[in-house]
Design a protein around this ligand. Sequence first.
Ligand SMILES: [Fe+2]
Length: 311
Amino acid sequence: MKTIEQTQVANQIQNKQNFKVEIHSQHKRLYLVTIREEILEKFFKEVEKIDLQRLKYVEFERFYLANKLDKLVGDNFSSVITGILKDREHGGFSLNGNSKLSNKTNFIKLSTAITHCVGKSMFDAMTGNYYAEFAVKHTDESDTYLRSAYKSLHLHSDGAYEAEIVDWLLMMKLDEQNAVAGNSKLLHIDDWEEQKKYSKNPIGQEKVKRQGAKSKNVEAPQYRPTFFEHNGSMGICFAEQNIKPENMEQAMYFKELFHSIEQSNACVSLHLPIGELVMLNNLFWLHGREPFKKDEKLYRVLLRQRGFFVN
Ligand SMILES: [Fe+2]
């Protein structure tokens, strides 16, 4: 039997005056949200004078963008996308931000409006801003797989080492040149064949030390369980590089868990064109990236925002 929340979301698959919601063609659990192009243009024009520095320095301006977008789109747009993210059956959507006024600044403004329709973005210590913008190129000298173009960025949830719980994340493709492959990888943990095997193992319930790489600029470690109760279902906190096992038993558990999720047949590859964003509930979705095809001129820029829901 469907819950009230699920029924509400199911009813939202329809055309509203200025936006529509439909099932995504690349993933049965994802929605595709489309805002009418004229509304996007109107939004970009109305917030033209707010530059990115102002958004970085003044938090209420981020909410101002969200308020503007929500009013222009209408039909409870904020509640609809928040409902999608909280819905366990789905918990994610993609949205195309392209219009005649497409450019990097406008993509960042749109992503900011979307995240602040839902909640609030966290400070990203890696970049010293409320969002991170990172390029993947042919060469890489960083200390994580995030920018290693030709290696798989394995499935993980975000923010295991952060003091605050990351409820959701947004990723938006800002630019791409000479990029072949490198699709996003997505796994809803209710589709993972061995979820119960690993979540019921006592090690999965233990608090484990989590610490980010040096480039993340977060020194204090966090101690978190890998699996936890979330609204009557299972939540997950897993990122291979952040786990600091205490003993061989823990280490072997995580090694096997890692292989189990990486080999899951339910992992879906998602192509994200320039100007499109994907937003996911971080407590029951895992994400990663496939390797790119080698090219000395490879250049791809992704924007990331992470945050929490605000009632
Ligand atoms: Fe991530």
